[in-house]
Design a protein around this ligand. Structure first.
Ligand code: FAD
Length: 395
């Protein structure tokens, strides 16, 4: 039992996809792992539009029908003047049910031997000789302290673990999107289609999505750049106006708000005795705000490094550094490219977006692709056309 055990190889703070993936892989590799989650249930509340690509999911798991609310193979983009661009997706996507998905990821970690505890709030680190040596917290009203060779900050967008250890985790205001989403029922949506609405009037410095969860239910949400959220109308006002206009009959089943880190990955992902994974390390795709797959990838890479570090030499920053290197090798370059593309796209005004939509609509549907769409959007900047080609080629 975790209460009796004083020390662990790894303590993971946070039971989202990044933390559970770390816990599973580390436990499978023979490490003793404790995962502490502050909420009552793993996976709740869901602060996510729940979209993931088939290819992204398959890196880690065979897609399980239990997790999938909708299978997506078409995309619809709506320009400010309501020009609609529609086409088929080369790659299948899914809208997950993250309550079930996150729960299962944590169960997989438990099956490998990780100990998982909910309602366990971590509120500080144990620091010894300038090194992270464990965590302090509170569980059901009782204070606890547990030592660990490695503490893993998987505590999401509002992460404090990195900051407590002295890492720079600050994000520029423009790189923190203010996200809000309502899961609504009693509406008609196309079950196999991602819908995106792009305009300063719908979601300035971001986009608005309608992601179906079956035929009559959808996640409708938006992310707006922190820059606009601070200076103007709040995100929830934009969303309410849209729902009132497009789906006046909608019944709201759930409302969630949350930040989406759309900046670059933190400069330093590790310190002596500490690793940051997932949103805590800003691994979200800066263009789409998609953080499930990159979060799981960072959890996997960090765990592989932790296993090696504890077998050879100990959890020093030098030994943990190969996680940071691997992250930049596997996902990091594309991350930087997506960041540059985002920076350029969010400068487009509504007229630019209307023109791009008209250019794409003129192409026969069978020849439309996401790559053509993005290439048209960045055509003023030849260096970005190369970035677009590379992210779609996966190089
Ligand atoms: C509105 C919105 C829509 C989104 N849509 C998508 C999408 O469609 N697709 C996609 O891929 N991504 C999406 N994202 C991003 C995605 O949700 C995150 O990137 C992803 O959940 C990150 O996983 P994580 O494990 O790093 O963090 P999280 O899933 O946030 O998990 C962190 C966990 O840490 C716990 N925790 C925090 N502090 C403590 C503490 N002190 N002690 C103990 N536990 C703690 C939290 O309770 C939480 O359970 C969206 C985000 C938002 C806000």
């Amino acid at each position: 039992m975790w209460k009796e055990q004083k020390e662990f190889d790894c303590i993971v703070v946070g039971g989202g996809p990044a933390g559970s993936t770390f816990a599973r892989v580390a436990a499978e590799g023979g490490l003793s792992v404790l995962l502490l989650e502050k909420d009552r249930d793993i996976g709740v509340p869901v602060r996510c539009a729940e979209a993931i690509s088939d290819a992204g999911l398959r890196i880690f798991h065979e897609p399980n029908p239990r997790w999938i609310a909708s299978k997506i193979n078409r995309i619809k983009m709506v320009a400010p003047d309501e020009t609609v661009v529609e086409f088929g997706l080369v790659e299948t996507g899914y809208i997950l049910d993250r309550r079930i998905f996150d729960y299962d990821l944590a169960q997989y970690a438990a099956q490998e031997g990780a100990q998982i505890v909910t309602k366990a709030y971590v509120d500080g680190l144990i620091i010894k000789d300038d090194k992270v040596a464990g965590v302090k917290g509170i569980h059901l009203g009782e204070r606890f302290e547990k030592k660990a060779k490695i503490v893993v900050g998987a505590d999401g967008v509002e992460s404090r673990v990195g900051r407590w250890a002295g890492l720079q985790t600050h994000l520029k205001l423009k790189d923190m999107e203010s996200g809000i989403q309502k899961t609504v029922a009693g509406i008609e949506v196309t079950e196999n289609m991602f819908e995106f609405y792009l305009s300063k009037k719908w979601a300035p410095g971001g986009y608005l999505w309608v992601f179906p969860k079956g035929k009559n239910k959808a996640n409708i949400g938006l992310g707006i750049s922190g820059y606009y959220a601070k200076n103007g109308k709040a995100a929830h006002k934009f969303l309410d106006e849209f729902i009132h206009w497009k789906y006046p009959q909608a019944s709201v089943l759930t409302t969630v708000v949350g930040g989406i880190p759309v900046g670059k990955t933190v400069k330093q992902m590790v310190a002596d005795g500490l690793m940051l994974v997932g949103d805590a390390a800003h691994t979200c795709n800066p263009l789409t705000g998609g953080g499930i797959t990159p979060g799981m990838r960072s959890g996997l890479l960090a765990a592989e490094t932790a296993i090696k570090a504890l077998q050879r030499g100990g959890p020093t920053r030098e030994n943990l550094f190969s996680y940071e290197k691997e992250w930049h090798k596997i996902g990091g370059k594309n991350h930087e490219r997506f960041y540059r593309i985002k920076e350029s796209l969010y400068k487009l005004n509504d007229d630019d977006l209307n023109n791009i939509a008209r250019t794409i609509v003129a192409i026969p549907e069978k020849n439309r692709t996401l790559m053509k769409l993005f290439s048209a959007a960045v055509r003023e900047k030849p260096s970005l056309i190369l970035d677009v080609a590379r992210v779609f080629a996966g190089i």
